[in-house]
Ligand binder design. Structure first.
Ligand SMILES: *Cc1c(COP(=O)(O)O)cnc(C)c1O
Length: 377
């Protein structure tokens, strides 16, 4: 589906009743993005990062669509997310938990056929103890810290872990992995530093497959691909590399209904705090989404929405449930109650909204609220 078709379908939502915002998720575009990323890393393969409800788009729908596209490896952050997915995906899939193996979760994790990412020697010991107790060989993805200081086996534990691994028959290591801190910045030296560190580790843990690249890493070149890449944001249409044209198709479109319009004279205060005062006669429209719907308050007097390609600036503060926009640029009578304005779509990308809000696409995407009617295409 091209952008225009998606746009038209968004507009058709006007006929629907009840909801006043429509989040349209183009699963065909998602699948094409998966294909594109797969082609970029081949012969390596692509796992899907579907944590945080697939970045807010619906882990269930997203994972099923990606499974149909051939994806067999999925990453989430929490065990609870993995358990929910496990019941939806066939047993030929691996579901791994990035945040690691929490004390007390070992048996649940093993019995549910979920792969913990092990982030320390201590986690490794608990998992192998569990394997012995159950009389099974249990799988894992072993994560190393290569310079982010967030998750993963720290440098000081590497030698001890290598020694423990030598005599360990109860654990199957599917991949060794690490995470890039600056993959969206092509010229950041930390990328090369982390790659060098990852190569040292790969040499120390010979014969194990490497899982390294997130979305940005996929576009840093072959050296970063390993055997399995783990993109998230790029699957969902976010730009993998900052400041570069986005090679990825948009997946999300957000349209929000107008719930009131008015004309006010110059010198009129708009919104909470009276923070905006009109400088001329202004036509205003109030739309039915606010910060409780994931449109940050930092968009106050900064962001915009679009109608038929015309930019309608946000005026005054973003409220919890609504935003007021200046529609003076539109011919009178163009907008009426129930008209849908574009918040995300062909005229405004995730990155545009994120930039206006002073944040990143990830935060906008994962924050899009529960009150929109979701439409999967
Ligand atoms: C979230 C996450 C990813 C996905 O990152 P994107 O930048 O969205 O591609 C990959 N690996 C780890 C460890 C993560 O936490």
């Amino acid at each position: 589906m091209d952008r225009h078709a998606l746009h038209i379908q968004g507009r058709e939502a006007e006929a629907g009743a009840g909801a006043s915002g429509y989040l349209t998720i183009d699963l065909a575009a998602l699948r094409r993005n998966y294909q594109k990323l797969s082609a970029a890393v081949a012969p390596a393969t692509v796992a899907a990062v579907v944590k945080a409800d697939a970045y807010g788009l619906g882990a269930q729908q997203v994972s099923k669509a990606l499974h149909a596209q051939g994806c067999r490896q999925f990453f989430v952050a929490h065990l609870a997310e993995a358990i929910e997915l496990r019941s939806l995906l066939p047993n030929d899939t691996q579901i791994a938990v990035l945040n690691g193996l929490q004390p007390g979760a070992e048996i649940t994790c093993a019995k549910a056929n979920i792969v913990p990412v092990l982030n320390s020697l201590e986690q490794f010991r608990r998992w192998s103890f569990t394997a012995q107790k159950l009389g099974r060989v249990l799988p894992t993805v072993l994560q190393f810290d290569t310079g982010m200081s967030r998750l993963g086996v720290p440098l000081q534990e590497r030698t001890a872990l290598a020694a423990v691994l030598k005599d360990c028959r109860s654990i199957e290591i599917l991949f060794i992995m690490s995470h890039l801190a600056c993959a969206d910045e092509v010229d950041n030296k930390q990328n090369a530093d982390q790659l060098a560190e990852m190569r040292l580790i790969a040499a120390e843990f010979a014969d194990l497959d490497v899982c390294f690249a997130n979305s940005g890493g996929v576009f840093l070149g072959r050296d970063y691909h390993g055997a399995l890449s783990r993109p998230g944001i790029a699957l969902y249409g976010g730009a993998p590399i900052a400041g570069r044209p986005n090679p990825i198709e948009p997946v999300v479109r957000l349209d929000v209904a107008v719930i009131q319009t008015r004309t006010v004279p110059a010198g009129t205060r708009v919104g909470y705090g009276g923070a905006h005062v009109t400088s001329a006669e202004t036509r205003l429209a109030t739309i039915a989404a606010g910060y409780a719907d994931g449109l940050p308050r930092s968009l106050s007097d900064r962001g915009a929405v679009f109608f038929d390609g015309v930019r309608l600036p946000i005026v005054g503060r973003v409220s919890m449930d609504s935003i007021t926009v200046d529609i003076t640029a539109l011919p009178e009578g163009t907008l009426s109650l129930g008209s849908l304005v574009e918040v995300l779509g062909p005229h405004q990308t995730l990155e545009d909204v994120a930039e206006a809000a002073g944040t990143i696409s990830y935060e906008i995407l994962t924050g899009l609220g529960r009150r929109y009617e979701r439409r999967y295409r």
